[in-house]
Design a binder for this molecule. Structure first.
Ligand SMILES: *Cc1c(COP(=O)(O)O)cnc(C)c1O
Length: 469
């Protein structure tokens, strides 16, 4: 399996060539040259596998430059009951017949990003060790990515983490989770701006190729292909739990921001997993919902990014979205380059053709919906009253849209992207109760914090890195 860029650079690379990379040199994102497809016999065989075994099988189709025995050991080390709390790793939480949550948030940071990041930590340490190299990870987070990355990389040999987050915009729990880490290889940088400012700084630093090489900068943002690949696994795992036979189809609703999670669903569907619809759920930052409704993609500036009660979806430029558009435009890299390059730069938006629009739902199964603060609160209440299940605000955005989009006879699986304990204030507003928290995290907010506040400045971030590597 080889990889190419969504912007037309056809230089073919192996998995380990792109594992430690962010964007492709032409500014595009990496995708496999073709999606491997799963025949009926393989799907039937996979149904009986453990999560770690299933991960090994799926990863094997995309990774041909790590020996099978090593890859098997890596997946076995990553997806354990000790780290993820249950033997199924991603168990279903049934709400009613035909409707269930997929529990993706039982890893160390209580959000689904652990699913991919824990694997990435193992892959990075393995590959760096094999090469005898070190890596300085630069990332931007609106909350969950950063903590997941830090918990996956803490104490890992040869790795340092520099994590940018929007100063004062994460929940107290999220801040405490990241800033309380005392590991010397973890550096928290609070930027006086919004998430998109953080992301722009990461892009600017990464685009300075001399600095990037000189300081051995890598990334763990959701554009990293290995992260997306890791997420493909739980679509299969959830499907097997929700169905009795491979003749059944299910739909997924995915609370979305950077389009990484639902893009993994797209990959699973392209591989032949019997997915009917992929429902993209946004909050008030509805740039994706707008695209799926109108065919117009109009990312918004930082000043038009709303601060909501589902903050991990407060994103107005969906960084993984280009991967889907590349497939939608029949892999015309030149056109993708024009749309995401010139058109966005000069016009601020692009629009696809009516014929392409028709294929979004028709061929690719995508539909969308949006949710507001009032919807979240109401959905958290209803879910608690009707099913006795407490959900977090992001999952509530998903459930709200799922209930509107669900089709008779097709099981709807809603991805639970975080535990309610991470967003306690909204749960208290909705239910008047403090959501339960794992006992190990009881004193989190009172632990000492390690964080540096910096202005929105590429140069100052570079300087901080230079001083700390
Ligand atoms: C990251 C995150 C999302 C959005 O996922 P994307 O892959 O960026 O679409 C949704 N909910 C939670 C809790 C998250 O941490």
């Amino acid at each position: 399996m080889k990889y190419l860029s969504t912007r037309g650079d056809k230089t073919e690379r192996h998995f380990c060539d792109i594992l430690l990379e962010g964007l492709a040199p032409d500014g595009g994102l990496y995708l496999p040259t073709a999606y491997p497809t799963i025949d009926a016999a393989t799907l039937a065989r996979w149904r009986g596998l453990s999560y770690a075994e299933l991960a090994f099988e799926i990863l094997s189709l995309y990774i041909d430059d790590i020996p099978a025995a090593d890859l098997k050991a890596i997946t076995a080390r990553t997806y354990t009951e000790a780290v993820f709390g249950t033997p199924q790793i991603t168990p279903l939480k049934p709400l009613e017949p035909g409707l269930a949550l997929v529990a993706l948030s039982n890893g160390p940071t209580l959000a689904f990003k652990d699913m991919a990041m824990q694997l990435l930590g193992q892959l990075f340490e393995y590959e760096l060790g094999r090469r005898g190299e070190t890596l300085n990870i630069l990332g931007a987070t609106s909350g969950d990515t950063g903590s997941a990355a830090e918990y996956a990389m803490r104490g890992k040999a040869g790795i340092q983490v520099f994590m940018l987050s929007p100063h004062g915009r994460m929940s107290p729990f999220q801040q405490a989770q990241m800033f309380s880490l005392q590991d010397p290889n973890i550096h928290n940088i609070a930027v006086q701006g919004v998430f998109d400012d953080c992301q722009d700084i990461v892009k600017a630093v990464s685009n300075d190729l001399a600095f990037k090489r000189g300081q051995r900068i890598g990334t763990v943002n959701s554009i990293n292909w290995a992260r997306l690949l890791a997420q493909v696994v739980y679509y299969f795992a959830a499907y097997f739990q929700a169905t009795k036979s491979d003749a059944e189809r299910v739909s997924f609703t995915v609370p979305s921001g950077n389009f990484g999670n639902v893009c993994a669903g797209h990959v699973a569907r392209m591989m032949g997993l019997p997915i009917d619809q992929l429902v993209v759920a946004t909050n008030e930052n509805d740039v994706l919902d707008e695209f799926f409704r109108t065919g117009v993609y109009r990312p918004r500036g930082a000043e038009h990014t709303l601060e909501t009660s589902s903050p991990s979806m407060d994103i107005s430029k969906a960084s993984n979205f280009e991967r889907f558009v590349f497939d939608l435009l029949e892999r015309d890299g030149e056109r993708v380059k024009r749309l995401f390059g010139e058109e966005l730069a000069t016009r601020g938006f692009f629009e696809i053709t009516a014929e392409e629009r028709a294929r979004i739902a028709g061929q690719y199964g995508f539909v969308s919906g949006r949710s507001t603060h009032e919807d979240r609160i109401a959905t958290i209440r209803e879910c608690h009253a009707q099913y006795g299940v407490v959900i977090d605000t992001h999952t509530a955005d998903g459930l709200k849209v799922a209930l509107a989009r669900r089709q008779p006879g097709v099981t709807m699986l809603v991805l639970e992207t975080a535990l309610p304990a991470k967003f306690a204030a909204s749960i208290e507003e909705a239910l008047g109760l403090v959501p339960p928290r794992p006992v190990a995290l009881a004193d989190l907010e009172s632990r000492p914090k390690r964080v540096t506040v910096l202005p929105v400045s590429v140069d100052q971030v570079k300087q901080f890195i230079v001083e700390h590597v």
